[in-house]
Design a protein around this ligand. Structure first.
Ligand code: ADE
Length: 234
């Protein structure tokens, strides 16, 4: 049976799909100090594992960002040996590119926009360019956009990040994808992202407020999309 690992950063993003798929919580892996909540079940002849980045012990919030996404992905690969990895979550986008709750995936490598090392070789390494697969048949019946997914560890967008994002023709600005793609690539496992837009990164209204206002809607859209994509994967 095909085993699909879905890496998600925030519990609120994941809750609708965990509930709809009826996945069961797995006991914590005692070898891991790090507490990644994991859920497993069967759906349409596939084994589905959702693994969350978990909560900060100190601050009680979801451990968004690249460090815990990478740790989460590597430990889940070692434990479950998935055939395919999906990184599902929310993102920001330019208002000309996408509406709130639109779905974005990619047919191009995933990059970082806040790793700048202008030294020969290191510059390309820092940008990442981690591979992602695009199988149109997986997205049959899903209205979606294709664009560059660009990762950094900040919700805001200083001018320098905006310049890099525009140079790289970034469409989905988010905080985990390149690190998940990097780990999937290390283990030579097929990988692709599914992102739903919570905020427009180029309009005046603070994108923290936009993010909070739209998180629920985007998470429901993400859940519907994931279920359609998981159904389409044969
Ligand atoms: N996730 C959702 N919106 C985001 C943004 N504007 N930047 C980074 N990650 C996000």
């Amino acid at each position: 049976m095909k085993r699909i690992l879905i890496i998600m950063a925030m519990e609120a993003e994941a809750r609708p799909v965990i509930d709809q798929l009826g996945l069961a919580a797995l006991p914590a892996n005692q070898q891991l100090q790090s507490g990644f909540p994991r859920f497993r079940g069967e759906f349409e002849g596939k084994e589905i594992i959702i693994s969350l980045n978990g909560k900060s012990r100190e601050y009680g919030v979801d451990r968004i960002g690249t460090e815990y996404a990478a740790l989460n992905t590597q430990s889940a690969i070692i434990e479950f040996a998935p055939d395919l990895i999906i990184n599902a979550g929310t993102c920001g986008a330019f208002s000309a590119d996408a509406e709130i709750a639109d779905i974005i995936t990619t047919d191009q490598p995933v990059v970082y926009h806040d790793h700048r090392v202008p030294l020969k070789g290191f510059s390309e390494f820092a940008t990442g360019h981690h591979p992602a697969i695009y199988r149109p048949e997986y997205f049959q019946g899903v209205v979606h956009k294709l664009g560059v997914v660009t990762t950094g560890n900040s919700l805001d967008m200083p001018v320098v990040d905006r310049q890099v994002i525009q140079q790289n023709r970034g469409m989905a600005k988010e905080m985990e994808c390149a690190s998940v793609a990097a780990v999937a690539s290390l283990y030579e496992i097929d990988f692709f992202p599914i992102k739903s837009v919570t905020d427009h990164i180029d309009i005046e209204l603070n994108n923290v407020d936009q993010f909070l206002d739209n998180l629920n809607l985007a998470s429901i859209k993400l859940s519907e999309t994931l279920i359609q994509v998981l159904t389409n994967i044969k």
